[in-house]
Design a protein around this ligand. Structure first.
Ligand SMILES: Nc1ncnc2c1ncn2[C@@H]1O[C@H](COP(=O)(O)OP(=O)(O)O)[C@@H](O)[C@H]1O
Ligand SMILES: [Mg+2]
Length: 330
């Protein structure tokens, strides 16, 4: 119950909110339940969890915690910007880690043959092809399963290696939706975060076809501004061809250098360009700790828990969860 109360507060839900009335609670029963004056039944716990946007999944003893919060449905989020060096991989690592810290079950999929995400989370190498999604995309099986993920900190990750670039050297007609299908076979995760290559190749298109929503990092500079038309165009073509329901969940402004006026101007300009399209989150500032975290093969929050970057990542993750309506308020 204590965990549920914390979740309620973290999501800014008041006991007077309509979600609780809809779930059959009045304020008095909530007051008594939250203070332990009445022992909640399992059914009460389930209703409470569902009111704040979770499902409670009971797991048999011996498989970690016996009680786990689950979102009703897996959300697949692809970090997308065809430009490189904009912060896709860093944000996948850090937002993924922070979501898992909050108690969500998170799977990261490295879909970049450069395998930065794999390296930055300290996955031991060489990575075998069978550990990657290569077979999912290229194999004979039209309805393939995902490989068993590797554990890194509080996360699961399907790593990558250079051979994944084969997907971009051979035709993949009729295979664009395979990854998405394989992910949806697994009803295990709250969030699946995909980190694609910086391009508009087959691999990128597979990442876009698999997503419910895109998270778009935009650096606070001209590179960020210039990428916007291409991002919108790619979204429209994917909607037409493979994934009608795809949308942008949020833009995240990143690598903001507060000391330069040009960056301040760029942030405002970017905000004005993209805020009609989707919510704008951030800015995340430019900090050397991102490079240090890479060297240490740690998420920023573990590399330097007291750093301002850690605080900003927590805030950005909370804002993202709220924009994605993981609040129980929908
Ligand atoms: N907020 C930030 N502040 C400083 N450096 C950053 C920040 N975000 C990313 N970087 C650095 O920029 C480079 C590119 O980031 P990366 O996450 O690899 O982008 P992408 O995946 O889009 O190519 C990396 O060296 C990374 O350490
Ligand atoms: Mg990358």
């Amino acid at each position: 119950m204590r965990a549920l109360i914390e979740y309620r507060k973290a999501r800014g839900i008041e006991t007077s909110d309509a979600v609780f009335q809809k779930a059959g609670f009045n304020e008095m029963t909530l007051y008594r339940t939250e203070r332990g004056l009445t022992q909640p039944t399992l059914e009460t716990l389930e209703r409470y969890a569902s009111a704040i946007g979770f499902e409670l999944a009971l797991r048999p003893k011996g498989e970690g915690s016996s009680l786990q919060l689950r979102l009703p449905k897996t959300r697949v989020l692809t970090m997308f910007n065809h430009a490189g060096g904009v912060g896709k991989t860093s944000l996948t690592r850090d937002i993924g880690y922070t979501m898992a810290e909050l108690g969500f079950k998170v799977l990261l999929i490295d879909l970049d043959p450069q395998a930065n995400l794999t390296a930055w989370l300290g996955v031991s190498r060489p990575v075998q092809d069978s550990q990657t999604v290569l077979e999912v995309i290229q194999g004979e099986n039209r309805d393939p399963k995902l490989p068993t993920p590797t554990r890194a900190f509080n996360l699961d990750i399907i790593p990558s290696n250079l051979n994944l670039s084969r997907v971009d050297r051979f035709p993949v007609q009729g295979r664009f939706r395979r990854l998405g299908r394989a992910i949806r076979h697994l009803d295990v995760y709250d969030f699946v975060l995909i980190d694609p290559n910086p391009a508009l190749t087959n691999l990128t298109m597979i990442a876009l076809a698999a997503a419910d929503q895109l998270i778009v990092p935009l650096p606070a500079n001209t590179k960020g501004e210039e990428a916007i038309p291409g991002i919108v165009e790619a979204l429209e073509s994917v909607k037409e061809e493979t994934n009608e329901g795809l949308s942008i969940g949020a833009f995240i402004i990143t690598q903001y250098d507060t000391k330069t006026t040009v960056d301040r101007v760029a942030v405002e300009h970017i905000r004005s360009l993209v805020s009609p399209i989707a919510p704008v989150i951030g800015p995340l500032h430019h900090y050397a700790v991102f490079r240090e975290a890479q060297m240490l093969a740690l998420p920023v929050s573990l590399a330097d828990p007291q750093h301002k970057a850690t605080e900003q990542i927590s805030r950005i993750t909370a804002e993202l969860l709220s924009e994605l309506q993981v609040t129980g308020k929908h």
